[in-house]
Write a protein that binds this ligand. Structure first.
Ligand code: PAF
Length: 300
C-alpha cells in the first residue's frame, strides 16, 4: 500500500520509518534532500527504505495521507496536496494543536478525515534520522466523532508497525486532552530548556503545570467531554513516559524555528474567549514563548 506522509520533522520521519517496514512510503517535504532511508534509534530500532519527494504529485495514488507538518502550516499543506487526494484516500492529522482536523475538513470530505493524537517522545537528529525517547499511546477516530472503515484500516497499519493504537468515538475530546498535555509541558520546557521529566521533579514547576492544566480543563469542558476525569494524571503520565525527551517546542527553540505556541496555548486562549472563560496563565505562557522565539530567531 502507498502511504503519504506530509512533513519530514520528528514525527513524520518516525512514522515513515515504522510504516516503511511494510509499505511504500512517500515522505513529502519542502527542501530538496538526497533521502531514501530513515533510521530510528532509542526505544525503537528500525531502518527503512522510503521515497522522499518535494513534488506533491508523487503522492498520487495514496490510500492514506498523514499530516505531520507544524500546525501553523496545515492550511497551506492541505491546499498543496488536495489535488492529489483521491476519493478513496483517508486523510489523517497526527499533529499537535487544536484546529488541524477542522482546517482539513474544509477541503476534504469529512467522512475521510481522521483525527489522531499520539504521545510518543521523538527527537529530530538530522534529515532521515530520529531518536525515539519515549513510548506513548495513539488514539484515532473519525473527526469530530465516530469511527468508520478508514479509521479501522489506518489503525491496523500502525498496529502492524508495532504501535499501541486505540480507536475512539470522541476523538475531539482526545485532541483537547492532548492540547492540554502540550499546553502544560511544551512551553515550560521551551522556556527553561529542561527535559519533560524534570518538570515533575521540581515543586514550583509541578505546581505551575497543575494550575495551567486546570485553567485549560475549565475551557475544554465547555467545548467537549474529556476522556479522562483526572486530566492532571494524564499530563503527569505523558511527562513521565517521555521524561528523557526534549519537547517539540524546546526542539524548535533550539533550532531557531517558529514554535506551535499559538496553536496550543494560543488556541486555548481563543477557545476561552469564545465561551467567556479567563485564561491568564495560558496567555502568559503564549507571550513568554513568543518572546523566547523572537530571541532564538534573532540569534540565528
Ligand atoms: O510535542 C511534544 O513534544 C510531544 O507531543 C510530547 C508528547 C509532549 C512529548 O514530548
Amino acid at each position: 500500500m502507498k502511504i503519504g506522509i506530509i512533513g519530514p520533522g520528528a514525527l513524520g520521519t518516525f512514522l515513515a520509518g515504522i510504516i516503511g517496514q511494510d509499505h511504500e512510503v512517500i515522505l513529502l517535504g519542502r527542501k530538496d534532500l538526497p533521502l531514501n532511508r530513515v533510521r530510528i534509534s532509542g526505544k525503537t530500532d528500525v531502518e527503512s527504505s522510503i521515497q522522499y519527494s518535494i513534488n506533491p504529485s508523487d503522492l498520487t495514488p495514496c490510500i492514506y495521507m498523514i499530516f505531520c507538518t507544524k500546525s501553523y502550516d496545515t492550511k497551506q499543506a492541505v491546499e498543496l496536496v488536495r489535488p492529489h487526494i483521491s476519493p478513496d484516500t483517508g486523510v489523517i492529522s497526527l499533529q499537535n494543536g487544536l484546529n488541524n482536523e477542522r482546517i482539513i475538513s474544509e477541503f476534504v470530505d469529512p467522512e475521510r478525515v481522521i483525527g489522531g493524537v499520539t504521545s510518543h517522545g521523538i527527537t529530530y537528529r538530522s534529515p532521515g534520522e530520529v531518536f525515539h525517547a519515549g513510548q506513548g499511546y495513539t488514539y484515532l477516530g473519525l473527526y469530530p466523532k465516530g469511527t468508520n472503515e478508514h479509521v479501522y484500516g489506518f489503525a491496523h497499519i500502525l498496529q502492524e508497525a508495532g504501535m499501541k493504537v486505540e480507536m475512539v468515538d470522541n476523538i475531539y475530546g482526545h485532541i483537547w486532552q492532548k492540547v492540554i498535555v502540550n499546553a502544560c509541558i511544551n512551553p515550560l520546557t521551551a522556556l527553561t530548556g529542561l527535559k519533560n521529566g524534570v518538570l515533575l521533579e521540581h515543586r514550583e514547576l509541578r505546581d505551575f503545570m497543575e494550575k495551567v492544566c486546570y485553567e485549560s480543563r475549565d475551557v475544554a469542558i465547555k467545548h467537549t467531554d474529556l476522556p479522562d476525569d483526572d486530566i492532571l494524571k494524564e499530563v503527569e503520565r505523558v511527562a513521565e513516559m517521555t521524561a528523557d525527551n526534549h519537547s517539540s517546542m524546546l526542539q524548535d527553540i533550539q533550532r531557531g524555528r517558529r514554535t506551535e505556541i499559538d496553536c496550543i496555548n494560543g488556541a486555548i486562549v481563543d477557545a476561552g474567549k469564545s465561551v467567556g472563560a479567563e485564561t491568564p496563565l495560558n496567555h502568559l505562557l503564549q507571550t513568554l514563548v513568543k518572546g523566547r522565539e523572537l530571541s532564538s530567531l534573532r540569534s540565528i
